[in-house]
Design a protein around this ligand. Structure first.
Ligand code: ZN
Length: 267
């Protein structure tokens, strides 16, 4: 067994013991298993994002882009980030969908934009997607998959752990780790677009509504928009992707009502 694998096995044991990988997130009020660093997730997601931009048509229609460019920066700021570091694009696609990737990439389909009645409803969707990124939901899904698939040794090498010794040893270890990162890249792409769990969806709804309120939008519009989504997807045999992995609409609306009520609003 090469040395770097042995070392990574030790690192993996440490990770499994939960020492290095479990991070407490105060805003969520729970611990998260995060094997891969934020930057390596962002790196892997960049490849997926480039691919999506090549495969799907990016809309330059000002009817869409002006709204998105007006609303998204306010929400990103409300979430405590710099809008210049995020990329928010509109894709010409009739499906009722929006998505987010680690590293601050958000895609919004024209179909879901057509369903929105005002800026606040757009803010609800953008806020939801920002929350997925801020709460590192992809990283969490990815980590869960790595543990489940027994790839944790490779993952710990890819995360840059276990490279020590002389300068030459470190270099060769890092090279091998680079190969491991590439191999993991494929997994990360899959990880980045993996459906979120219902728990993640409710957390993203909650976070999104908080950002909305901070940015000065009426959070009641989040509830109204979700009711519109429910009505629009009712007749379809297969629910839109944005909704298919999401919690049952009623659970979601109930959760939103609770959060909005805590903000002192009644809708
Ligand atoms: Zn979501």
């Amino acid at each position: 067994m090469p040395r770097f694998i042995k070392r990574s096995a030790l690192a993996a044991a440490a990770l499994l013991a939960g020492v290095a990988a479990c991070t407490y997130n105060e805003e969520l009020g729970r611990s998260q298993l995060l094997i891969s660093g934020e930057s390596s997730m962002a790196q892997a997601a960049q490849a997926s994002w480039n691919q999506i931009k090549q495969q799907q048509r990016v809309s330059n229609d000002p009817r869409y882009t002006s709204r998105v460019n007006r609303v998204a920066p306010k929400l990103i700021q409300a979430a405590g980030d710099n809008p210049a570091k995020w990329e928010v694009l509109v894709f010409e696609d009739q499906s009722l969908n929006a998505f987010a990737l680690p590293g601050g990439k958000i895609g919004i389909h024209t179909g879901i934009l057509d369903l929105m009645q005002n800026d606040a409803q757009l803010a609800a969707v953008v806020g939801h997607e920002i929350a997925h990124v801020k709460y590192r939901h992809s990283g969490e899904r990815y980590s869960q998959n790595i543990v489940a698939s027994g790839l944790i040794g490779v993952a710990s090498v890819a995360a840059g752990m276990g490279c020590d010794g002389t300068a030459a040893e470190r270099r060769s270890c890092e090279q091998r780790a680079g190969v491991a990162v590439q191999a993991l890249g494929l997994g990360a792409i899959y990880g980045a677009i993996l459906p979120y769990s219902r728990k993640h969806e409710l957390e993203a709804d909650t976070g999104g509504v908080r950002y909305m309120a901070r940015a000065g939008y009426d959070s009641c519009e989040a509830i109204r928009f979700w009711q519109r989504m429910q009505a629009a997807s009712a007749g379809q045999a297969r629910p839109p992707e944005f909704a298919s992995t999401h919690p049952a609409s009623q659970t979601r609306i109930d959760n939103l009502r609770q959060v909005v009520r805590k903000q002192g609003r009644s809708c």
